[in-house]
Design a protein. Structure first.
Length: 249
């Protein structure tokens, strides 16, 4: 069974009595433990789709199931946004603990889980700092730690590395693949970056212009291969994805 299954999804926004359809007839599926990337023109409805999957937008038509349950009943989903969503007045340590506190874990449990994830993500030396005292890559690591500490099954990421410089971005892509190989999370990522899509997505979903729908799904055997970036196949895959995107209307 697919872990993530979307059929005939339709979403519209109503503003001043004017209706703007954002998504129409979206169909998408992702097996458990698979990585998917969504790529498409600006304003085509990518964030709208992630908001529906995260349970933040429940005014949709169609079928959306995460492990057989609608998003509002699924408590194993984490959403990571481009701006990291960290609380500036809390230390890195407290930012990561917050979700566990809200979920009602005991203090010793919170300490143990937080310590473990800080260790795993190499963040222990930064525990007393505030978000403003971190680099972009470090902030994104903290945002990932804050999600992973809750042991999600589905990780949704909305352009997670777009504000990072090229090298840090590659480091974070490698880091994400390492985490994925270790945890076998199901991951769905939005990106505007073609090479990132080819490096991260076992399935690449191409969206049309607004109202967005999936117009093509490319299976990608190169995803997660550290050595793939320089290979001819990688460049060919990036080239064909680029051509598909140029043809998007
Ligand atoms: N609250 C809202 N009210 C009205 N229209 C909206 C609202 N939010 C988004 N839209 C419209 O819905 C469409 C899809 O928006 P969305 O943010 O999902 O696109 P996107 O693909 O994530 O964009 P980008 O790539 O630029 O981040 C756009 O045309 C946008 O203008």
């Amino acid at each position: 069974m697919d872990y993530l299954s979307i059929k005939s999804l339709y979403v519209e926004y109503v503003h001043n009595k004017q209706i703007t359809p954002a998504l129409k007839d979206v169909c998408l599926s992702l097996p458990f433990g698979c990585t998917g990337v969504i790529i498409g023109p600006s304003g085509c409805g990518k964030s709208t789709l992630l908001n529906v999957l995260a349970g933040l937008n429940q005014s949709y038509q169609g079928t959306v199931l995460i492990n057989g349950k609608p998003p509002r009943d699924s408590d194993r989903t984490a959403l990571i946004l481009q701006d990291y969503g960290l609380l500036p007045w809390k230390t890195v340590w407290d930012n990561v603990r917050l979700g566990l506190k809200i979920k009602g874990f005991s203090k010793p449990e919170i300490d143990l889980k937080t310590e473990k994830i800080f260790h795993r993500l190499g963040l222990l030396h930064l525990r007393k700092r505030y978000p403003a005292q971190l680099s972009g890559g470090q902030r994104q690591r903290v945002a990932i730690a804050r999600s992973l500490v809750l042991e999600p099954e589905l990780l949704l990421m909305d352009e997670p590395f777009s504000s990072l410089d090229a090298l840090t971005r590659e480091e974070m892509q490698d880091f994400l693949i390492e985490l994925w190989q270790e945890t076998k999370l199901t991951i769905l990522i939005i990106t505007h970056n073609i090479e990132e899509a080819v490096f991260l997505g076992q399935k690449i979903f191409i969206m049309s212009a607004c109202p967005g729908t999936i117009i093509q799904e490319l299976p990608n055997p190169l995803a997660g291969e550290y050595t793939a970036r320089g290979k001819v196949e990688f460049l060919e895959m990036s080239g064909s994805l680029r051509s598909c995107l140029r043809g998007v209307k």
